[in-house]
Design a protein around this ligand. Sequence first.
Ligand code: BG6
Length: 499
Amino acid sequence: MTEMKSSIMVIFGASGDLAHIKIFPALYSLWEDGFFPDKFFIVGFARTDMDDETFRKTVFSALNVNCRKKPISEDEFLNFSKHVFYLTSKYDDGSSYDKLGGFIESKAKEYNISKNVIYYLSTPPSVYINVIDGIKNANLTSYEYKGENFSRIVIEKPFGYDYESAKNLNSKILSVFKEEEVYRIDHYLGKETVQNIFAFRFSNAIFEPIWNNKFIDHIQISSLESIGVGFRAGYFDKAGIIRDMMQNHMMQLLASVAIEPPAIFDADDIRNEKAKLLKSIRPLSLNDVKNFTVRGQYDRGTLDNKPVISYKEEDGIPANSTTDTYVALKLFIDNYRWAGVPFYLRSGKRLKKHKTEIAVYFKKLPYSLYGKDGIEKIKQNSIIITIQPNEGISINFGAKAPGFKVDIEPVNMVFNYKSSFKLTPPDAYERLIYDIILGDQTLFARYDDTLIAWQFITSIINGWSKTETPVFPNYEAGSWGPEEADGLINADGRNWNNA
Ligand code: BG6
């Protein structure tokens, strides 16, 4: 196994929500499980004026709310906190980066370690360019990539706003870092259940032979949330579900379920296959955008027996917002394996149920032994891969109900993570940060698959700008989404899996 090298992680935006809710809890869990390199330092770089001790206190409070290992005592935290430092800095100020350089030099000298540095951009995207320029101008990558020392950059989504801006951001990053130093985070790839899609497909002899258009009728990918926009109005109202979920998480789920087996299980081969798959998505004409996509925005409604407000009434959302909080779409993958198989994707907020799943439906029986109603009555076989919650996989088939009559009823064979493995899987960020420190890019988006996904999504966004905006709101909070989304799949004689 590759060895974890002593290193320094610089977290830009360290005083923000992402750092406190996801990054530090993941770092603490890794530390507690003994997954830190021999020497490892974390330095927060952010605008809020604080010293090390004050910053450590904010981290301690955040861990006790957000960490899988909570409660954490002050004594336990004390040892971890020796790895944590803070520099009050400005993103557009050269002297802040010089100060950072000084910090890196001094820690490397004091602890006799190489200057291996991981730059983690946990800031709003508006300052990405400032940070990248700051790193470059202060020569903070001059520790250079020579196979020995490394500097890596970690970038959170949103990775661009559309195809052009993603391309520009890529060029900017690649003018300072090499692709093998870039870690574009899509936290879905860190989820155990998403990684298990490959294991399910490629480590079992029984599924792969039927994983194609000869046996599969269609595939549904759903990521449904009951939460609303929360406190992220500023970001979300500019993004909408199409950029927030479809361009990244949904495209990665699609790629995971549909790629060809890679030649070997390594970062490049897997990402080559993903890029190939995403390239095979049939482009949507303007007419397809009209017929194959549905946008929605939530209205007031009821969830868990409580009234909830509409999207436009949320804090910070303009009363005339036309942002999508729901998107459903149909696409085809034009390759040998999938030709003719429709993929239906949907994602939205404030829906009836919180679930992310991939539902694979097999073709109907060609002929029924059980009378003329049989074919209609017997359900299509399906495999439901539940990404969250109740993580697991179920295989659904027909069985004879006990009794003197021949009555075929649907039954399920269920694999459930909790009951099979008896442990809570680590948070996606733990796995991803572990891989970043280790230097394994397998679970990170590469420049080309990011851009290919953007190309497809941008064609939809452009198509929408040329067609009439639906009258929003068009679905009630607590429902399954707009009626038109049912229409999209019902028109093909199929239904969403709303179980
Ligand atoms: C984020 C989106 O990337 O993923 C959020 O920005 C969304 O809007 C979240 O709520 C969903 O993640 P998870 O892990 O809860 O499915």
